[in-house]
Write a protein of this length. Structure first.
Ligand SMILES: Nc1nc2c(c(=O)[nH]1)N[C@H]1C(S)=C(S)[C@@H](COP(=O)(O)OP(=O)(O)OC[C@H]3O[C@@H](n4cnc5c(=O)[nH]c(N)nc54)[C@H](O)[C@@H]3O)O[C@H]1N2
Ligand SMILES: Nc1nc2c(c(=O)[nH]1)N[C@H]1C(S)=C(S)[C@@H](COP(=O)(O)OP(=O)(O)OC[C@H]3O[C@@H](n4cnc5c(=O)[nH]c(N)nc54)[C@H](O)[C@@H]3O)O[C@H]1N2
Ligand code: SF4
Ligand SMILES: [Mo]
Length: 731
């Protein structure tokens, strides 16, 4: 029997509504869904490879446990949970609960019930050590929101914006933020053709930069300089929104003072862009009426990510680019509880330094969560409270943690490493237990989790009142023994006598919009995923049943909330002159940039980029996605290649102060000269012996978590890495 069913692709955060063809209980095809009102038939290469992901020969069909010989053998899931529960219990008994940590990665988003159960289990174990990939991604977003204050009414709409500034992000490929995630390439094309002036700051003429009215192509890592330069011009020329500032912003004088020295000429000399372009970009941006400023992984990886995000917010605030009274609410809640959006700020709150203190580098909890870049040292450093057990969910430290050699040493030192992963990832190969999970189309899905992304930063999540639910479409492969993520934590909790409570709350940092909802879970009669979804949507704006009535997804146009005016008694202001940020900006200005730019040892800067066919390290076992290039090329400008005497396909050695990797070069005339652009998530573990042309290499090897790091989030330099490049001499 063949049928076609609407569902949600959950391979990346865009969560496109797609169609799946099912033949005799197997998915045979996934394509765009023309009847989906938001995505309108869109799908990408990864979504169309969902059948290959589900039936990947490399997929684990049962959990695995480490065997005597250091390899792995299949283990029944119940047995694995028995053993893990006993081992965690024994470690806690001997060393106290803090020795247990969890690291949650990007592949948790497809499973809305997972984080609540994982966190409930951790609370039951009484350990505070909950880490996510967020603090090795763009933690500056939430920390800057804490320092500056977030806007209660939300951001302005892309659909009617006349100017839009994007700093180091590429929504055409990443579909993450900066442009609406429903077919961003098409949305950008439409916006530009209706006259929106797009300004892009990127050392590479990316797929997004190609659409720009102004493309500043600077030296990597100079985003604070450029943003300060734009502020300089806007303040100097009086292009800011006086009325908005008067009502909503404090600290204007402090920031005006700090940006004084960032003249267009200074910015030009330092960032390597024409001074006229800085002037023009500032005038075009401030000259518009509606728009936004968005920073991506580019500036967040290049150190000083918090400062870049902060200056982006200041720029938006000085130009009044936040939703105004009477504007339609861009992200009214649908599967989340209703709230009343107001044209006023949330008050600023502490960005870091509270809660759990880490044992190193003076780091503590932050508005973005505990600093993940410190977790390897929490495992390696002896003494009280040392982390001895790590549970990973939808994540891969060996592919994602900066400083791969340290991550390798740390994972090997653990007394217990458990990971939930559908394949034997480089992390799984080091694990004591690998829990084999069901994949998306074997589980129910819903858009509640991506709706929630709006609390992580401007421009994230859904930009329309849209929702979709999908039932599970197929059973897992016959003979398999698989668990959903939440089932694993439910099983552990049962065995350890932990009562699971789902706690749901929403808001910016400490500002919760509606009272927390607490749902006790029946620990004797195991619920179904659908029953958990029902609990999770109990307070939703639109009843779950109503969302379910629209299998192709629905835009709830009748939710036409408008942003309410400021409360008359509200005195809260956005802070444009936060002292730490002003001090950091002053440090930037004091730097001897000529010396660092001119370091003869490291003439190149390695920068990140996203590959269309992969999401981080996911997809590397899937032949359809790998094509004939199973590695991550080192993209360089053709003239740089010529100078080095190498050509496309040759192998080069890329060395930083902290490590060396090999790279297969590829010409990319869209790059600024002096830049090496390389995606992450490739290569194996440091001791693996494999040809770079077969597996690529891991850029995390070039990073150090202790040499340079953000004092708030602990995030080290992950971009704009000074490197030397030389032809790989045959050994
Ligand atoms: N296909 C695909 N989609 C993904 C992912 C994926 O791996 N593949 N990953 C997902 C994840 S986890 C995330 S966090 C998001 C990320 O989403 P984005 O932040 O949009 O990531 P990129 O597409 O890499 O865009 C970053 C851009 O910054 C530029 N850049 C590099 N260094 C600098 C710099 O120093 N300054 C400036 N101004 N620009 C710089 C790069 O050239 C690149 O064009 O994407 C998500 N979506
Ligand atoms: N050098 C370097 N390091 C980086 C980055 C970079 O650009 N360069 N980017 C950073 C960023 S932005 C992020 S978000 C992090 C990402 O950090 P992580 O999320 O830790 O890394 P991933 O490589 O995405 O690991 C995801 C794992 O999930 C598994 N997986 C795939 N599908 C499923 C599923 O359905 N269920 C489960 N349980 N698992 C699944 C995959 O096999 C893979 O092993 O990396 C960061 N690290
Ligand atoms: S953009 Fe993301 S959600 Fe959409 S089809 Fe591609 S992988 Fe799936
Ligand atoms: Mo990310």
């Amino acid at each position: 029997m063949t049928e076609t069913r609407p569902t949600i692709c959950r391979y990346c955060p865009a969560h496109c509504g797609v169609l799946a063809t099912i033949e005799n209980g197997r998915i045979t095809k996934v394509s765009g869904d023309p009847d989906n009102p938001l995505y309108r038939g869109y799908s990408c290469v990864k979504g169309r490879a969902l059948p290959e992901q589900h039936y990947d020969p490399a997929r684990l069909l049962s959990s695995m446990a480490r065997s005597e010989d250091g390899g792995h053998r299949p283990i029944a899931s119940g047995q694995a949970m028995d053993e893990i529960a006993a081992k965690v219990g024994a470690l806690v008994e001997r060393h106290g609960p803090r020795c247990v940590a969890m690291y949650v990665g990007t592949n948790t988003l497809p499973y809305p019930a997972a984080p609540g159960f994982a966190h409930a289990w951790l609370r039951g174990v009484r350990t505070p050590m909950f880490f996510t990939s967020n603090t090795i991604d763009q933690p500056g977003k939430q920390i800057a929101a804490a320092l500056h204050g977030a806007w209660h009414g939300g951001d302005q709409s892309f659909e009617d914006a006349d100017t839009w500034l994007m700093v180091g992000l590429n929504p055409v490929i990443a579909k993450s933020s900066g442009a609406p995630c429903h077919n961003p390439a098409q949305r950008l094309k439409e916006a530009v053709s209706r006259g929106m002036k797009l300004i892009v700051v990127d050392p590479r003429r990316s797929e997004t930069a190609r659409r720009a009215h102004i493309h500043l192509q600077p030296r990597p890592g100079e985003d604070p300089t450029i943003l300060a330069g734009l502020l300089h011009v806007i303040i100097e020329e009086g292009l800011y929104d006086r009325a908005f500032i008067e009502e909503n912003v404090e600290g204007f004088d402090a920031v005006a003072e700090q940006v004084k020295a960032f003249t267009p000429d200074y910015v030009a000399a330092r960032a390597g862009v024409p001074a006229e372009q800085v002037l023009e970009a500032a005038r075009v941006f401030a000259g518009g009426k509606r728009g936004g400023v968005y920073c991506g992984t580019g500036p967040n990886f290049a150190t000083r990510g918090t400062l870049s995000e902060y200056l982006g917010r200041v720029l938006a605030s000085l130009c009044g680019r936040w939703a105004r009274p009477g504007d339609k609410v861009l992200r009214p809640n649908v599967m989340l509880p209703a709230f009343t959006a107001k044209a006023q700020p949330y008050p600023p709150y502490p960005g870091w330094g509270f809660g759990e203190q880490l044992r190193i580098r003076n780091l503590a909890d932050t508005a973005a969560g505990l600093p993940t870049a410190a977790l390897a040292d929490e495992i390696l450093g002896d003494g009280e409270g040392r982390v001895r057990a790590l549970v990973c969910m939808g994540s891969s430290p060996m592919m994602a943690w900066p400083d791969q050699s340290k991550a390798f040493a740390a994972l090997q030192k653990l007394e217990l490493l458990v990971t939930i992963d559908p394949v034997m990832s480089p992390t799984a190969r080091l694990a004591d237990y690998v829990i084999a999970p069901k994949l998306t189309l074997e589980t129910p899905g819903m858009t509640q989790s991506i709706e929630m992304l709006k609390y992580f930063g401007p421009g994230l999540g859904l930009a329309r009142p849209y929702a979709q639910y999908s039932p599970k479409l197929v059973d897992p492969p016959e003979g398999s023994d698989l668990l959903e993520e939440w089932e694993f934590f439910y099983g552990l909790s049962q065995r350890m006598g932990i009562e699971v409570q789902q706690i749901m709350f929403y808001g910016w940092g400490q500002h919760i919009e509606s009272p927390p909802q607490i749902f006790p879970i029946d620990m004797e009669n195991k619920p179904t995923t659908d029953q958990i979804f029902e609990l999770m949507t109990q307070g939703a704006r639109v009843p779950f049943e109503e969302v379910k009535r629209h299998p192709h997804g629905h835009i709830f146009e009748d939710i036409d909330d408008v942003v309410q005016p400021r409360d008359p008694e509200c005195e809260i202001k956005l802070d444009a002159g936060e002292p730490h940020m002003m001090a950091e900006l002053s440090d930037v200005r004091a730097e001897n940039f000529e010396a660092s730019h001119g370091d003869p040892r490291y003439r190149f800067r390695l920068i990140p980029r996203r590959a269309d066919a992969f999401v981080n390290s996911s997809g590397r076992t899937i032949k359809k996605l790998l094509g004939n290039r199973p590695y991550n090329p080192a993209f360089m400008h053709p003239e740089d290649l010529q100078d080095l005497g190498v050509g496309g396909g040759d192998v080069v050695r890329i060395s930083s102060e902290h490590g060396t990797i090999l790279g297969v070069v590829e010409e990319d005339a869209d790059l600024r000269r002096g830049v090496v652009s390389m995606t992450h998530g490739f290569g194996g573990n440091p001791t693996d012996e494999a040809d770079v042309r077969e597996i690529g290499s891991n850029t995390g090897m070039l990073m150090s978590v202790e040499a340079e790091y953000d004092p708030a989030s602990g995030m080290p330099r992950m971009g704009a890495i000074p490197v030397a490049v030389e032809p790989d001499s045959p050994s």
